[in-house]
Write a protein that binds this ligand. Sequence first.
Ligand SMILES: [Zn+2]
Length: 445
Amino acid sequence: MGKLQKLSVFLLSVFREFPRRHLIVASALAGCLLALTAYPQNDVKIKRQIAEPLEIVIAERVPAAIVEQPQSFELNWKEQKVTSGDNLSTLFQRAKLSPIDVYKISASKAGKSLRNLYPGETLKFGVDSGGQLAELHYVKSPLESYIFTNNNDGFSAEKKVREPDVLIGYREGVINDSLYMAGKQAKLPDKLIMELANIFGWDIDFVFDIRRGDSFSLTFEDRYLEGQKLGAGNIIAASFTNRGKTYKAVRYTDSNGRSNYFTPEGRSMRKAFLRTPLDIFRISSGFNLRRKHPIHKKIKAHRGVDYAAPRGTPVYSAGDGKVIATGYSKANGNYVFVQHGQTYTTKYLHLTRKKVRKGQSVRQRQLIGTVGSTGYATGPHLHYEFLVNGVHRNPRTVKLPQSRPIPKAEKTAFFSATKPRLAQLAKYQTPTQLASAQADSSSAN
Ligand SMILES: [Zn+2]
């Protein structure tokens, strides 16, 4: 913990004693201190955020229940970290505890929670003076634990969940090489770079459409527990400017508790077809905008689009549908054809492996094969075709079916929830981001 961070945590604890009207002012100050410590000081763009007053007054939150019970003095505590291949028995063995306890705990009501242990989780064993297991703490994450207590007739369990403090994080970037590189430079965690590509992947082909100078900005949930950074949560709002055209998206949780991304007007970002039917990050990591994609240039009457990609790159179904053909031919190599409703068919050629069978239903983004160079192909690539009523169309420019708007009943709630989020994103954007977000399409290419 840095000095400032310690200070802000200290301040938080002091302010809890204050009358409430002081609390708000004081906590805003503490929040600023916390934000100061949370971001690297040498990044100009990130620094801007520090000047902004924080939206969330963190000390106003009621501190959540403490997971760790005050550990009894009579108990002797041992800790075991779950590593790959571990199960309850191996962990108990390492802690030198009886297999009978494994059985008793497994048989208890909450014992189910211990069936699937994952690397990184922790078991804490509280053993009494007689060598008996009195308490077991199963720590799944800083936010989720189970406390098992040994009673005379077996173990009872209690689940403890803590709510993190959520601040608003902001990042922006300009693309020089690839989205991935730009995301890294903007200090975005991989998870958020991928989420960003998923949000805009229905509108933008991240392999072919990206140009140097394209830019992005986003706000996201930045989660803390007692002043310690937990990592990023979800993207809240985002903007992506591609060749002069700006796309915006905002997260909204509907009355059924389902969260999705929408345009500011309330249309779903999710469309019937993906623009790029393969894992773009397998390409982007080594992808260079200056590099051309020469495969197939010489072949006449080329009716699809080619994505040069490493052999084995996952290929996804562009939309929900049914596999109408799979097989091998001299020209196509291994191929998969998918039909989507009455109107659309997509075709995927030169695969190393096919992962679906004829007649099988597939979901959008379901793995259907992997990139290869079977058939007439000079190197590994995906040849992708898009047919509308049996006629080949350019997959990159074909007009795709409109996505569904938000239901009428949700409209009022949608706008009141999302407008402040979009306004907040705009407030954080630096002048260059704003300019590119407002540039018209005459500056495209
Ligand atoms: Zn081709």
